[in-house]
Design a protein around this ligand. Sequence first.
Ligand SMILES: Nc1nc2c(c(=O)[nH]1)N=C([C@H](O)[C@@H](O)CO)CN2
Length: 118
Amino acid sequence: MADSVLIEGLEVETVVGVYDWERRVDQRLLVDLEMAWDNQLPGRTDDVSDALDYAAVSERVVACLRELKPQLLERGAEVLAGDLQEVFGISWLRLTLRKPGAVPAAQSVGVRIERGQR
Ligand SMILES: Nc1nc2c(c(=O)[nH]1)N=C([C@H](O)[C@@H](O)CO)CN2
């Protein structure tokens, strides 16, 4: 199945990082998600309850990362992917977590994971 639902550049302010100073401040993360979903049914019914609701997923992403306060981006990505797959029944997803400004000479740094089967 080639269909997807997308979220790009979702901003989340949370505690994230391995250094002591990073445990005392909020920093900005950017989340990109591609999630496998059969869009044929909502395409026919025009009913959001048949769709993967990107607004609901976005709310969950923010809440999950704000509660988790991970040290590593890898931890944030792994826990978030598992949570979204379980809560929304997403069979496959690709998740990119970026931390702009973490390496001043780089525009952005981050991690990307894929979980599940399409
Ligand atoms: N692969 C990773 N490397 C690093 C991470 C990370 O989350 N994953 N984090 C840090 C620090 O928290 C850094 O962002 C502070 O600027 C270093 N390397």
